[in-house]
Ligand binder design. Structure first.
Ligand code: 5GP
Length: 119
């Protein structure tokens, strides 16, 4: 599979489409989901051209992976959901119902969430 650099998150990374930015570091960008499922619903994406979590986990550098995970923690801290708790979810590939082909973590919180995972 080759990375589609016309996908919506690639376009957000290039600044071609606006986003509601929450946080960024050298390796990751975080912005609010356009259709939030909870008071906090932020997407955290690596800057590199990785389609799935699986590809990123296998091919991403240690610095990229660390930058992405630390960005999730920074987002949770900025959104003040660390005390109440939150969910970090990555949908991976077709069976995982991944819609946008650029790896992204959903940081969801700010209210009591239902049990997970669900099929
Ligand atoms: P997935 O199902 O791939 O894990 O999640 C994709 C997420 O991207 C969805 O929650 C959807 O609401 C969000 N999304 C889709 N297009 C856009 C967009 O243009 N901007 C933002 N901020 N979020 C988007």
């Amino acid at each position: 599979m080759s990375y589609d650099d016309g996908n919506i998150f690639a376009r957000i990374l290039r600044g071609e489409i606006p986003c509601d930015k929450v946080y960024e570091n050298d390796h990751a960008l975080a912005f609010r989901d356009i259709a939030p499922k909870a008071p906090t619903h932020v997407l955290v994406i690596p800057r590199g051209p990785y389609e799935t979590l699986h590809e990123f986990a296998e091919k991403g550098s240690d610095a990229e992976l660390a930058g992405w995970v630390r960005a999730m923690a920074a987002v949770a801290r900025a959104e003040e959901v660390t005390e109440g708790g939150y969910r970090a979810t990555v949908n991976n590939g077709r069976h995982g119902n991944q819609e946008v082909p650029h790896v992204h973590a959903h940081i969801v919180g700010g209210r009591q969430l239902g049990g997970a995972p669900r099929g």
